[in-house]
Write a new protein. Structure first.
Length: 78
């Protein structure tokens, strides 16, 4: 499976400063082969995009990575 990772700078959900470095893996389709009657079948599963926060904390307001992640998850951003 090929997936390209992309580094981006996102806005901090607390202070709005563009200071959070994240690694984004876009949503991809993953092929899955399974044995079926008469041969093999390939189905595709969509994998949700993944975001990994690289910054340990916001450089502007000092909020920690886990607080930022929790906030983004609660707002369904990630
Ligand atoms: Zn901040």
């Amino acid at each position: 499976m090929m997936a390209f990772l992309q580094r981006e700078i996102w806005e901090c959900p607390f202070c709005g400063e563009e200071s959070i470095e994240v690694l984004v893996r876009p949503s991809v389709y993953v092929a899955k082969r399974s044995a079926v009657r008469g041969g093999r079948k390939t189905t595709y599963h969509r994998v949700r995009e993944e975001v990994v926060i690289l910054s340990e904390s916001c450089q502007k307001c000092g909020k920690k990575k886990d607080e930022i992640e929790k906030k983004w998850r609660s707002e369904q951003i990630i």
